[in-house]
Design a protein around this ligand. Structure first.
Ligand code: NI
Length: 187
């Protein structure tokens, strides 16, 4: 078990659609998930998708106890979500700033559904079904996009709101936030 290197935008496999997991509770799957947790911890991320470490399977992990950008946001339970399905609960869209471990140093303003239901399986194959709002909903949509080969810059509506973290902050486009590449908002 070990932290692996995170693939960066430009790598072809990040743009591929990933395959569903067929077998649960296997040594291979458990080992992949442990590597994902180790990688996320090493990068101080808030979420990670398997394709980001070069494995094109429909597995994402996310969760944190505190989030410096959203101090009032409730913690998100540490979650392994396999073969996820997302349904929007209504049509409301929110724009919010995102970063990604595969796009280091950058931030972008990304539209996401404000309220979603997500379902899938944990690593033992037990069903998961939850509703999420706000940043929790954003994290899940960001991670699940990775499974369809979509990186957040592809969802930005106005490319003026995509750039290097420090410059966006200095120009006043983005409110001050941690700009290290591996901040808690790294997905
Ligand atoms: Ni990401």
């Amino acid at each position: 078990m070990a932290a692996r290197s995170v693939l960066r935008m430009g790598e072809n496999s990040l743009f591929e659609s990933s395959d569903e997991v067929q077998d649960f509770a296997t040594v291979k799957l458990d080992s992949l998930i442990q590597d994902m947790w180790d990688t996320m911890a090493a990068e101080e991320g808030a979420g990670l998708a398997a394709p980001q470490i070069g494995v094109n399977l429909r597995v994402v992990i996310f969760g944190y106890e505190t989030n410096s950008r959203y101090p009032d946001a409730p913690a998100i339970d540490e979650t392994v979500l396999i073969n996820p399905v997302i349904t929007a609960l209504d049509e409301q869209i929110e724009e919010g700033w995102e970063g990604c471990l595969s796009v280091p140093g950058m931030r972008g303003l990304v539209p996401r559904y404000a309220s979603i239901r997500y379902s899938g399986f944990d690593q033992a194959g037990r069903p998961i079904e939850r509703e999420a709002q706000g940043f929790h909903a954003r994290v899940v949509q960001h991670e699940c996009d990775h499974l369809d080969g979509i990186l957040y810059p592809q969802r930005i509506r106005d490319m003026r709101y995509f750039g290097f973290c420090q410059e966006l902050e200095d120009s006043g486009l983005m409110s001050p936030q941690p700009c290290d590449d591996d901040g808690i908002d790294a997905l």
